[in-house]
Design a binder for this molecule. Structure first.
Ligand code: SAH
Ligand code: SF4
Ligand code: F3S
Length: 579
C-alpha cells in the first residue's frame, strides 16, 4: 500500500476535470491522501492543457517554483499529466528535470504504477547522489505517453482497452441523506461518452494530445449514470470533443481483455435526418440520450458538451424536445463568421449551414411559452491568420444573429504541430487581436444582457452550485485564504470551476482535491445572508440569497425555484420562490 499527500491542480477543460477525479479515485484507493496546500504535499501533480500557449505558460511557471522547493524537500515527486505532457513529450523532462513523472491523457490508468516507481526511484537516486549534483538535478523519469498519431492508431484497440478501464474504475460512494455529504459537488457529475477527436481543425492540438475518436459502449455509459444516480447525483453532463458525433456499432464490436471494444463503422457525415446507416445494431447519439433519460429517471438534468454544428440530426433535436429532463442548452462553437476563415480552419461547414442549424434547433426546442427557452453558447477565435476587418465584421454579424446566452472568445494562439502553424503565418498583430477580442466581448455582453432580460419575472428551477463569486470575494477579504477553514480532504467551499471561468477551456486553477466543483461550507462560518449561485436548465447563471432561516449549505446540490428580478451581463439575480 502506497501513501503520501498528493496535491493536484487541474488546468483546461471538463475532460481534464473528470480525468483528475478518476486519477484521485485510483490514488485514494491505494492509500494516498490529498491536500489543497501545495507546500504540504509529497507529490505535486499538474493535469495540464495545451490548447493555447497561455495555458502552458502557467504550468512552466509552477514548475520553476517547484525547482526551488526540491532543494529543501528532495523527496518531492512532481508529475505532469494530461495534454501538455503528451504534446511536449520527453522534451519537457529534459528542459525541466524537476519533473519525475510524465503521463499523457491516454495513459492515465498507468499513473499509480508510475508514481509508485517514481517515489522509490527518487529515494534510491538520492541515497547515491554524487557530490557535484543536488536534488534538483535528478529526475525519477517515469514516462507514459502515446507518442505520435501513427503509432497511436496502430495501438488504438489496446489504448482504448486500458483507458476504458480507467472510466470503469470510477469509485462512487453514496451521499448520506441530509448529512454533511449534501454537497453540490457530489450531486453533479461528468460522464465521458467519447474520447479523442478526428476533426483536425487546423489550429487545434486536441487530436494530437487526445488521439483518435473512440466511442464508449452505451451499456458502460448507462451503468455509470445509474451508479452515479444511485449515489445521489442529480445532474449529469456527458463529455466529448464532438459529443453529438457519438455512434456505437454493436455488431462490429469485439471483446479484448473482458472489455467491449468500439469499432469504426461507416461514418455518419451529419445532416438533418436520422443517421441513415443506423440499424438495430447501432446506438446513435439520439438513442443514447433517450436511453439514459428513460433508464435513469432520478437524473433531473442531462446535458452534453461540446457539440459540433454539422452533426445535429433532427433525431437528436426531437429526443431533446420529447424528453423533459434533457436540458434545453446547446454549446455549439462556430469559431468564425467568415466562410473563408472557416475553410482555413478546416471546420467543415459554412456560415449558412451553421445558421440553418441554429434556426432548426430553435424551431424544435425554443419554447419560452412553457418556460423552456433554448439557450445556446458558442466559441470564437479572433485573429486567425489572414483574418481581415471584413472577416471579423462577419463574426460580429454571426454573434448578433445567433444570440448566444454566452460566448467564449479566444485570441488565436499558434500551436506547434498543427497545420495552421506550419502553413499560415500568425500575421494578425497582437494589438488587433486584442481589440477584436474586446469588441466581440462587448457585443456578446450586450446580447447576454438582452437574453437575461427575457427571463425577468419568470421562475426557473435552479441547481444550486455554491457561493457566488461576490460572496467568495467578500469572505476572502474577511478571512485570508491561509486561515480559511478547510473541509475534510482540504477543500474549502468553492464554486464550480466552470461557474467561475464559465468555460470548458478557461484555465481552471482553483485549489481542489479531485474536483473543482463545489463542496459544502463550514456551518459555523456562514453569515445570515449568503449569496449563492446556481444554473438554470439552459445553463444561465443565477445569483440569489439563501432565504433567512434556511441554511445555505443544505441548499447546495438541490434544485430550487428562483424568481428572476434583475439582469447582469454574465448572470441574473433572483429570489428563492416558495416551491
Ligand atoms: N471540441 C470543441 C472545442 C475544444 S477546444 C469544438 O470543436 O468546438 C475549446 C476551444 O478552444 C475551441 O472551441 C476554440 O475556440 C479554442 N481554441 C482551440 N485551439 C485554439 C487555438 N490554437 N487558439 C485559440 N483558441 C483555440
Ligand atoms: Fe479541436 Fe476541432 Fe476537434 Fe474541437 S473539433 S477538439 S476544435 S480539432
Ligand atoms: Fe486537452 Fe482539454 Fe486542453 S483536451 S488541450 S485539456 S482543452
Amino acid at each position: 500500500m502506497s501513501s503520501g499527500n498528493v496535491y493536484i491542480e487541474t488546468f483546461g477543460c471538463q475532460m481534464n476535470e473528470l480525468d483528475s477525479e478518476l486519477v484521485c479515485g485510483q490514488l485514494r484507493a491505494l492509500g494516498y491522501g490529498f491536500t489543497t496546500d501545495s507546500s504540504r504535499a509529497d507529490v505535486v501533480l499538474y493535469n495540464t492543457c495545451s490548447v493555447r500557449e497561455h495555458a502552458e505558460q502557467k504550468v512552466w511557471s509552477r514548475l520553476g517554483e517547484l525547482r526551488e522547493r526540491k532543494l529543501t524537500q528532495p523527496n518531492l515527486v512532481v508529475g505532469v499529466l494530461g495534454c501538455m505532457a503528451e504534446r511536449d513529450g520527453e522534451d519537457l523532462m529534459r528542459r525541466m528535470p524537476v519533473v519525475d513523472v510524465m503521463c499523457g491523457p491516454g495513459e492515465l490508468d498507468k499513473l499509480p504504477t508510475l508514481l509508485d516507481n517514481a517515489v522509490r526511484t527518487r529515494a534510491s537516486l538520492l541515497a547515491e547522489l554524487p557530490e557535484h549534483l543536488n536534488a534538483t538535478d535528478i529526475s525519477a523519469r517515469q514516462v507514459a505517453l502515446q507518442g505520435n498519431t501513427s503509432r497511436r492508431s496502430a495501438t488504438l484497440a489496446a489504448a482504448a482497452d486500458t483507458l476504458e478501464l480507467l472510466d470503469l474504475s470510477r469509485s462512487i460512494s453514496p451521499i448520506a441523506a441530509g448529512g454533511d455529504d449534501h454537497t453540490a459537488a457530489r450531486r453533479t457529475a461528468y460522464v465521458r461518452i467519447t474520447r479523442g477527436c478526428n476533426k483536425f481543425c487546423t489550429y487545434c492540438v486536441v487530436p494530437f494530445t487526445r488521439g483518435a475518436e473512440i466511442h464508449r459502449p452505451p451499456d458502460h455509459i448507462v451503468d455509470e449514470c445509474k451508479r452515479l444516480a444511485d449515489a445521489g447525483v442529480l445532474e449529469i453532463t456527458l463529455l466529448g470533443q464532438t459529443v453529438n458525433h457519438y455512434r456505437f456499432e454493436h455488431g462490429a464490436s469485439v471483446t479484448v481483455g473482458g472489455v467491449v471494444q468500439p469499432q469504426k463503422g461507416r461514418t455518419y457525415a451529419g445532416g438533418h435526418r436520422r443517421d441513415p446507416f443506423a440499424g438495430e445494431a447501432t446506438t446513435t447519439f439520439a438513442d443514447l440520450l433517450a436511453r439514459i433519460h428513460d433508464e435513469v429517471p432520478s437524473i433531473q438534468r442531462l446535458r452534453f458538451v461540446t457539440s459540433y454544428p454539422r452533426d445535429f440530426g433532427d433525431d437528436v433535436l426531437e429526443v431533446i424536445r420529447d424528453h423533459p429532463r434533457l436540458c434545453r442548452y446547446l454549446h455549439v462553437p462556430a469559431q468564425s463568421g467568415s466562410d473563408r476563415i472557416l475553410k482555413l480552419m478546416n471546420r467543415g461547414y459554412t456560415v449558412a449551414e451553421y445558421t440553418e442549424f441554429l434556426d432548426r434547433a430553435r424551431a424544435f426546442l425554443d419554447q419560452p411559452e412553457i418556460g423552456r427557452p433554448l439557450m445556446l453558447s458558442g466559441d470564437f477565435i479572433v485573429g486567425f491568420p489572414t483574418e481581415t476587418d471584413e472577416d471579423f465584421e462577419a463574426t460580429i454579424a454571426l454573434v448578433e444573429r445567433a444570440r448566444y446566452k454566452s460566448a467564449f472568445i479566444f485570441k488565436y494562439s499558434p500551436r506547434p504541430g498543427t497545420v495552421a502553424i506550419e502553413k499560415l503565418a500568425d500575421d494578425v498583430p497582437e494589438a488587433v487581436k486584442r481589440s477584436r477580442n474586446n469588441q466581440l466581448l462587448l457585443a456578446q455582453a450586450r446580447i447576454s444582457e438582452e437574453i437575461g432580460a427575457t427571463l425577468l419575472g419568470t421562475t426557473p428551477q435552479v441547481f444550486v452550485e455554491g457561493l457566488s463569486a461576490k460572496e467568495r470575494k467578500r469572505r476572502d477579504r474577511a478571512q485570508p485564504a491561509s486561515s480559511a477553514p478547510k473541509l475534510p480532504g482540504g477543500v474549502s467551499l468553492t464554486i464550480a470551476g466552470r461557474a467561475a471561468s464559465n468555460h470548458a477551456v478557461a484555465e481552471i486553477t482553483e485549489e481542489a482535491c479531485c474536483s473543482t466543483r463545489p463542496r459544502e461550507a463550514d456551518a459555523d462560518t456562514l453569515p445570515e445572508l449568503v449569496q449563492l449561485s446556481g444554473r438554470t436548465d439552459g445553463d444561465v447563471i443565477v445569483h440569489f440569497d439563501a432565504p433567512p432561516g434556511r441554511s445555505p449549505e443544505s441548499m447546495l446540490g438541490t434544485i430550487v425555484p428562483v424568481r428572476i428580478t434583475q439582469v447582469r451581463a454574465l448572470s441574473v439575480l433572483g429570489t428563492v420562490a416558495s416551491a
